[in-house]
Each structure stands twice: as structure tokens, then as C-alpha cells.
Design a protein around this ligand. Structure first.
Ligand code: ADP
Ligand code: MG
Length: 623
């Protein structure tokens, strides 16, 4: 109320930083400023249409929402105008004088001081408005909030260098006008056909009419022409939509310069009718794994073609957070709020349908388009794995889509499905075996695999951090148990069992000696059924966490219970035989501890006293 009529303010420090980054790194894609401004204008129209549902007087007298793009070759300006929601003075300050979106903050954090943001990243974070300064050395915003008096208009102006001017303005019409005063060498944007082709390229599927003046003698005339399709693409029958249309629409959703990997478009008719148009991107957004879980965007909810809100959190489970697109429902109340949405039963059904469509789509890629599926798996496989724990109802479906490296696969490539594994199982095998480790090489080289290699049993090799956690929720598939080769008892068949018992009996004195030498460093010492070539390995109880993971969690500051490992030894190995025959207690102690320590290293565990290990090893080497 008491704001001075005219004032100069400083940008928030972060805005200045974003401005600097954007103007310096977006240069090779400078024309996207137009897409960003049109997309803001379209958002403003969406917001007004929504508010007008409850307050029809807001659009009275001017109810055809539209966006006008024009140019003035003499003044060297490009202008984007909308008759959407507009902004109050406070909103102008909050929305374009400070950094409102936490996404932009994360962008800054991610960039750090390196200042080498590339255009792709900027696109994903949507630092939209400031892209105007890539081509303009001065930007003027004239805006009036819908419902506000003509005298309550606001003028904002800045050269993008640290300060902006804020003034009251009398504006005859509601909405926002953005005037770009072009830099000296940006004349290409002063041509009608250039602007027209850019709008067609980037904004054809904006749902409001975008109008341009008809060009006459190189100048804009008074005659306006709508140049975009301005239709809600998803409402058209599939047969009338080309791949280019689908791809163009995806890009108009923003935040990705690349083509989508795949999409699925469906209409459900019945007691509750709705349309879904869902896309899988070809690459993960920058913050998918970092901050992506807190604030999710990308799925727009419409009700009868009226944009309601971004409802990614309400309509998609976390593990499908990479999906983007549109849901348009016919039967939801138009005045829904987020709170209502969260408890709405119809919405639960729509959500289930979205999940089903996306899983169907991934399934189809897996069956028919292996290359696309490989791209998908690389980008989002680890995200999808979260669904095993999160989505009980779809666990089998998701499990079917998982791909792993394997001792019978293609090196480190994750290409083996659980069905592939089952298809190769020997008669009588009732368990799917896997191992988890820090890296593919560590998994492949693990001593625990030796017995499996000897018996030609396939083992899935898992080295993504999420695997161990996921497998906690995946203990069976198609009636087969899924087990870690390093855990629990390992009698592979009856003959093994018997051999194992005999070997244990024969090794009783050895086991006793090792237990005495190792004292409370171990919980137990056993004869191993896992080893053929190596002298020793660790065995875990069924409930125990893999040592490499326990180490990672400890390093990340989590308190982990100290559990004493079970050491398994191979009595046939020469080193174990040496411990057995060594009569000098000090030498026997060194050897016993080295047996344990090499097993710990192979399992990716943390050595409690690395210096002691090195000294021991040197004594033995010089021995
Ligand atoms: P984003 O669109 O991702 O929120 P932008 O930098 O493009 O980020 O825009 C910042 C904010 O400025 C928008 O969220 C909106 O509140 C406001 N804004 C920008 N352009 C307009 C406009 N034409 N009409 C109304 N508000 C606008
Ligand atoms: Mg924007």
C-alpha cells in the first residue's frame, strides 16, 4: 500500500549470479528466450482460467485468453504480451527480483563456482524469465493483476546488471507485457518470419492462441494472425497425431531440449473418464537422484482441459518420478485443492492407471525395442528398482523389467533378466543366486563365487548401491527363492551336505586352533562350502548387511551395529594347511589374522587396523 511510486532495488545476490550464468552459457541456444517467455505467458493464462472458475468477473469483457508476440524494427524491440493473471507489485518483487523456485537454488548449488553451466542444465532447471537477458540489454515488464484497478499497474525495468527499477503504472488492460530491448547484434529477431518460425518450432502446442502481426514490407501491420495449433493435443484422436506432434508437445512442456524416448497416450471411458499422455525422457534430469525426491514436477493435471496444478506427487509414485506429461480428468470437481486431491478415491484410480500405462510402455520397450530399452535402463533403471520396495502391488511386474550383469551375461552390461536366469537354470535348481559388491570387478572376483563356478551355476552380479536394499524386498520371483551367495548355509545338494559334514569333522582341530588365534575378532570359524581356490571368505547371516554396504553407511555417518564376522576356510588350501602345521604361536597368529583380513578385503569390509595388517603381511613375506 505505502510502497513509493518509484524505487530502485538490488537483485538478490543469487539472481545476479543466475543472470550471469544464463547470459554467458545459453548463448548458443539464445532463441529459447522466446519459448520461455511464451511458456510463462501460457502459465499466466492457465492460472487466470483456473481462478476465473470461482471468480468469473476476473475475465469479464476480455475472456479470450491469448498471447501476442510482436516486434518493432525502429525501436528494436520484441514484445510478448498475455492477458493472463498478471502480477501485483509484491508478486513482481517475489517472482522476478528474487529466486522463488528452489529448483533454481539447486541449480546454483550444482553449478558451484565453476560457471560452466551448459544449456541443457539450464533448460532442466527452468530459469526461464532471465533468459530474456541473453538477447536484450534492457527488459521492461508492464503488468496488472487480474481484478486490480488500472492505476495499480506495475512497471519493472532492468538492464540485468544488479539493479531494477520498480514503478507504479496505469495500465488499461490486465495481464503482462514484456518488452525486450535487443542488444546491438540481435537483429535477426526483428524479422516477422524468424519469430514466426521460432514460435512454430517451440510453442506450437501451447494451448492458447499465439498471435503475430502479419508482416507487410518488412514491418508488422495491424492485422493479427494466430499461428500455433492452440489445441490441447491430448484431446485429439491418436490417429490424427503424428510423432512430430507428440515430440513437439513434449518439448513445449519444457525442461528438456531432447526428444523423449517413448510415450503412451490413452483415453479411458466409463463411469470415470480420463486421458493420459505420458512420456519417458531419454536422459535423467540433473537432479533425479539428488533433490528430485523432495519437489516433483512434470505431470500436469487438467480437468476438462483446464489446467489445475502440477500433480506429479499425487499421480505418480516416487519410483516413476522421471515420467512427464498430462492427465486430463472429466469428473473431478474443478475446485479441487491439493489436500482434497490427496484423499480423492477417483484420483487413486487415475494414479493406478498411470502406473499401469508406464509399466506397459517399459515392458513394450523391453520386448520390441531393445536399444531404447537399454537407454531407458541406463537412465532410470536404478530409479525403477525403488519400486520393488515401494509398490507391492506391482512388484512382480517391476521385477520382470529388472536387468543385471551375470556370470553368464555380457561382461559388466546389465542385460540379464530374472526370466533369462530361470530359463537357464539346471533341472532341480530352486534358487536364483546373486552377489552384491562395491563394483562389478569386486563382485566378479569374489571368492564366494568359486563353488558356483565349479558347478556351473549362474550368479547375478550386483554392484549398484540400491541393489542390496532392493533385494531386501525381493526374496522370491516366479516361485524361485532369490538368495545372496554370501549368506547363510550353502549346501547346494545332498552330496555336498555330506561332504561338508565330513570335512568339518576332519577339520575340528584346525577350526579350534583358528578360533583361539583369532579370539573375539570372529563370531565363528567354519569349513566353507563356497570355496575351491581361495583360502578364506566371510559368510553372512541371512539378516546381516553386506560388509561393503555397512562400510559405506558408516562412512556416511550412520551408526552401524558392530557384528562379528563368520570366517569360512578352505582346509585344502596350502595357506590354511600352513596355519594348521605352524607350531610357533606368533607366526600362526599372523597367518590366521591374514586369512581373516584377506576375506574382509575381498568382501569390501573395513579393516579395523590397517597398519597392523601391513606389518603382519610384511613379517610373513620376510618370514
Ligand atoms: P518458472 O516459470 O519456472 O516459475 P520463470 O523464471 O520463467 O520461472 O518465471 C518466474 C516467475 O515469474 C513465474 O513463476 C511467475 O510467477 C512470474 N511470471 C513470469 N512471467 C509471467 C507472466 N507473463 N505473467 C505472470 N507471471 C509471470
Ligand atoms: Mg517459466
Amino acid at each position: 500500500m505505502n510502497a513509493p511510486a518509484s524505487e530502485t532495488r538490488k537483485f538478490e545476490a543469487e539472481v545476479a549470479q543466475v543472470l550471469h550464468l544464463v547470459t554467458h552459457s545459453l548463448y548458443s541456444h539464445k532463441e529459447i528466450f522466446l519459448r520461455e517467455l511464451v511458456s510463462n505467458a501460457s502459465d499466466a493464462c492457465d492460472k487466470l482460467r483456473f481462478e476465473a472458475l470461482a471468480h468469473p468477473e476476473l475475465t469479464a469483457g476480455d475472456s479470450e485468453l491469448h498471447i501476442d508476440v510482436s516486434w518493432d524494427p525502429d525501436a528494436r524491440t520484441v514484445t510478448v504480451r498475455d492477458n493472463g493473471i498478471g502480477m501485483t507489485r509484491d508478486e513482481v518483487v517475489a517472482n522476478i527480483g528474487t529466486i522463488a523456485s528452489s529448483g533454481t537454488r539447486r541449480f546454483l548449488e550444482a553449478m558451484g563456482s565453476e560457471q560452466k553451466a551448459d544449456a541443457r542444465l539450464i533448460g532442466q532447471f527452468g530459469v526461464g524469465f532471465y533468459s530474456a537477458f541473453v538477447v536484450a540489454d534492457k527488459v521492461t515488464v508492464l503488468t496488472r493483476r487480474a481484478g486490480a484497478a488500472a492505476t495499480d499497474g506495475v512497471k519493472w525495468e532492468s538492464d540485468g546488471k544488479g539493479e531494477y527499477l520498480l514503478e507504479s503504472a496505469e495500465l488499461a488492460e490486465r495481464g503482462t507485457t514484456i518488452v525486450l530491448h535487443l542488444k546491438a547484434d540481435e537483429d535477426e529477431f526483428l524479422k516477422g518470419w524468424e519469430l514466426r518460425s521460432l514460435v512454430r518450432k517451440y510453442s506450437d502446442h501451447v494451448a492458447f492462441p499465439i498471435r503475430l502481426p502479419v508482416e507487410k514490407d518488412g514491418k508488422p501491420s495491424d492485422e493479427w494472425e494466430t499461428i500455433n495449433a492452440a489445441s490441447a493435443l491430448w484431446t485429439k484422436p491418436k490417429s490424427e497425431i503424428s510423432d512430430e506432434d507428440y515430440i513437439g508437445f513434449y518439448k513445449s512442456l519444457g525442461h528438456d531440449f531432447s526428444d523423449p524416448l517413448a510415450w503412451t497416450h490413452n483415453r479411458v471411458e466409463g463411469s470415470q473418464s480420463f486421458t493420459t499422455l505420458l512420456y519417458i525422457p531419454a536422459q535423467p534430469p540433473f537432479d533425479l537422484m539428488m533433490g528430485g525426491r523432495d519437489e516433483r514436477k512434470g505431470l500436469k493435471l487438467y480437468i476438462k482441459r483446464v489446467f489445475i496444478m502440477d500433480a506429479a506427487e499425487e499421480l505418480l509414485p516416487n519410483y516413476l518420478r522421471f515420467v512427464r506429461g498430462v492427465v486430463d480428468a472429466d469428473d473431478l470437481p474443478l475446485n479441487v485443492s491439493r489436500e482434497i486431491l490427496q484423499q480423492n478415491r477417483q484420483l487413486e484410480r487415475i494414479k493406478a492407471a498411470c502406473v499401469k500405462r508406464v509399466l506397459d510402455l517399459i515392458d513394450k520397450l523391453a520386448r520390441d525395442e531393445p536399444e531404447k530399452f537399454a537407454t531407458f535402463w541406463k537412465a532410470f533403471g536404478n530409479t525403477l528398482k525403488e519400486g520393488i520396495a515401494e509398490d507391492h502391488a506391482n512388484r512382480e511386474r517391476i521385477a520382470k523389467l529388472l536387468r543385471f550383469a551375470s556370470t553368464k551375461g555380457d561382461g559388466a552390461k546389465q542385460v540379464v533378466s530374472l526370466d533369462d536366469y530361470i530359463g537357464r537354470m539346471a533341472v532341480g535348481q530352486d534358487t536364483i543366486w546373486y552377489i552384491t559388491a562395491d563394483s562389478h570387478a569386486a563382485a566378479l572376483g569374489s571368492p564366494q563365487l568359486e563353488a558356483f563356478k565349479a558347478k556351473d551355476i549362474e550368479v547375478l552380479l550386483m554392484s549398484d548401491r540400491i541393489d542390496e536394499w532392493m533385494l531386501g524386498s525381493l526374496t522370491e520371483y516366479e516361485g524361485k527363492k532369490i538368495r545372496n551367495v554370501a549368506k547363510g548355509e550353502l549346501p547346494l545338494d545332498e552330496a555336498d551336505k555330506q561332504k561338508q559334514e565330513e570335512a568339518t569333522k576332519a577339520a575340528e582341530p584346525l577350526l579350534k586352533k583358528l578360533k583361539e588365534l583369532l579370539g573375539d575378532r570372529v563370531g565363528d570359524v567354519k569349513v566353507s562350502a563356497r570355496l575351491t581356490d581361495s583360502p578364506s571368505c566371510l559368510a553372512l547371516a541371512d539378516f546381516e548387511m553386506a560388509p561393503h554396504l555397512a562400510r559405506l553407511l558408516r562412512e556416511a555417518g550412520h551408526e552401524m551395529p558392530e557384528s562379528k564376522p563368520t570366517l569360512e576356510v578352505n582346509p585344502a588350501h596350502a595357506l590354511v594347511k600352513r596355519v594348521e602345521s605352524e607350531t610357533d604361536p606368533a607366526k600362526a597368529g599372523d597367518l590366521a589374522n591374514l586369512l581373516l583380513e584377506q576375506a574382509e578385503i575381498a568382501a569390501g569390509a573395513q579393516l579395523p587396523d590397517p597398519a597392523a595388517f601391513v606389518q603382519r603381511m610384511n613379517r610373513v613375506l620376510l618370514g
